[in-house]
Design a protein around this ligand. Structure first.
Ligand code: ACO
Length: 272
């Protein structure tokens, strides 16, 4: 039976947490163009829902994600020419980028295999928790390409230079414990206790001010590439922006124009 695009990603929302799952277990949750397209739709649908305060990304079956689908994402797309390749890349990179700057905190719950292209969404998630039994590798070298799609950048950002180099050059597997020791993930736990730990961390986040969470997660990523002085300036502005996020003023401005008809925004400011 042909795979329906809707089936490539599963999700449900419970207690403020959106549990999103790669859902191609028979293909070890490898990322096909259809899955990438569907994931963007799902992220779109969930991002601004009032009942979603944390998003958890995991995989159905034995894999988190076995990376890009070597048949559908590479071979079949390359056969259609460069335009198709660029489109497929844009769709994959697009949802990873969307996830990196998602409105709510995101947690990768790595239940099993995690290869190559899987490092894109792994890094996109703000926090990552792995099963001790999970297996990670930059397997690109095993079939003759460099770790693209950001994977090289991910390991350089997260690991020591020596570990990143060893990981990328050998393509050797590391388990969840080693991934935690290398700081590729925050923590590793036996698979049977993984979901409970992730739910516990999500519960901690759900108690925080959502505006402050978004400002903080963005700040952590942004300042990494700034000088100290630029970071100081950015953080002052980011805090001030967060302070005014729930500013009622603009609503009052609309009210005076639309309901009270006491001024025109094109001609001047509303009465504070
Ligand atoms: N792309 C396409 N199909 C895949 C992928 C993949 N990345 N991974 C698994 N599959 C498919 C297999 O072809 C197989 O399909 P079939 O049932 O139609 O024959 C099915 O998923 C099950 O795979 P098996 O290899 O039989 O599963 P097993 O549990 O024995 O092994 C493992 C799992 C180790 C993950 C293996 O499937 C594998 O090595 N996959 C490739 C991992 C990889 O290197 N990914 C690319 C990283 S590089 C990048 O992403 C740019």
């Amino acid at each position: 039976m042909a795979e329906e695009i809707e089936d490539t990603v599963a999700f449900d929302v419970e207690g403020g947490i959106a549990w999103v799952r790669f859902n191609r277990p028979a293909k070890r949750n490898s990322m096909s163009p259809a899955l990438n397209r569907r994931m963007m739709q799902v992220l779109d649908e969930l991002e601004f829902r009032d009942d979603v305060g944390v998003l958890v990304l995991s995989g159905e079956g034995a894999a988190w994600s076995a990376g890009m689908d070597l048949k559908e994402y590479f071979r079949e797309t390359e056969a259609k020419g460069q335009g198709a390749v660029r489109k497929a890349q844009a769709e994959a990179y697009g949802w990873w980028r969307r996830l990196r700057w998602y409105r709510v905190p995101t947690i990768a719950m790595v239940n099993g295999w995690c290869f190559g292209g899987g490092y894109g969404p792994l890094f996109a998630c703000d926090l990552a928790f792995a099963a001790d039994e999970a297996q990670f590798a930059l397997s690109e070298i095993n079939w003759g390409i460099l770790p693209g799609g950001g994977a090289t950048k991910v390991v350089v950002d997260l690991l020591s230079m020596r570990d990143a180099m060893y990981h990328a050059l050998t393509g050797e597997l590391i388990d969840g414990r080693k991934a935690a020791a290398w700081k590729l993930v925050n923590e590793s736990h036996p698979l049977e206790g993984l979901k409970a730990r992730v739910a516990e961390v999500a519960g901690i986040l759900l108690k925080k001010n959502p505006v402050a969470l978004k400002a903080t997660k963005d700040a952590i990523r942004r300042v990494a590439e700034m000088t100290y002085d630029n970071a100081e300036d950015y953080l002052v502005r980011a805090q001030e922006a967060a302070n005014s996020f729930d500013n009622e003023g603009r609503k009052e401005g609309i009210r005076q124009f639309i309901d009270e008809k006491s001024y025109k925004p094109g001609l001047g400011a509303y009465d504070k």
